[in-house]
Design a protein around this ligand. Sequence first.
Ligand SMILES: [Mg+2]
Length: 106
Amino acid sequence: MELTLKRLQEYLNEKYTLLKPEDLKNTQRYFLKLVEEVGELAKAIRKEKRMKDDKIKGTIEEELSDVLYYTAMIANTYDIDLETVFREKEKYNSKRYGYEFIIDKK
Ligand SMILES: [Mg+2]
C-alpha cells in the first residue's frame, strides 16, 4: 500500500489516539522532539552515516524519518493537512520565483 502524507498523518493520529490520547495536542512536546531530531540529523550528515543492510540506527535515513514524524505530529496538533499546504506553498513559490507549477502534471 502506498504511503502518502495524508495516510502518514492519519496513521499517527490513530496511533496516538490508542496509545497516548493525552498527548494528541501537545505541540510543544513535538516541537522540542523535532529540534532534537534535527540535531541528530546534523550529526548523521556530518558523519555521512547511511543505511546499509537494513541497519537504520543513527543513519541519515533514520533521522530524516524522525524529522518527518515530528513534522507530521506538529501538523496534526493543528489539524493541518500537509499535502494541501505543501501544494499551496509550491504554488506560491512558483509564482514568486517564476517557474511552472508541475505537481499535478503526472
Ligand atoms: Mg532520531
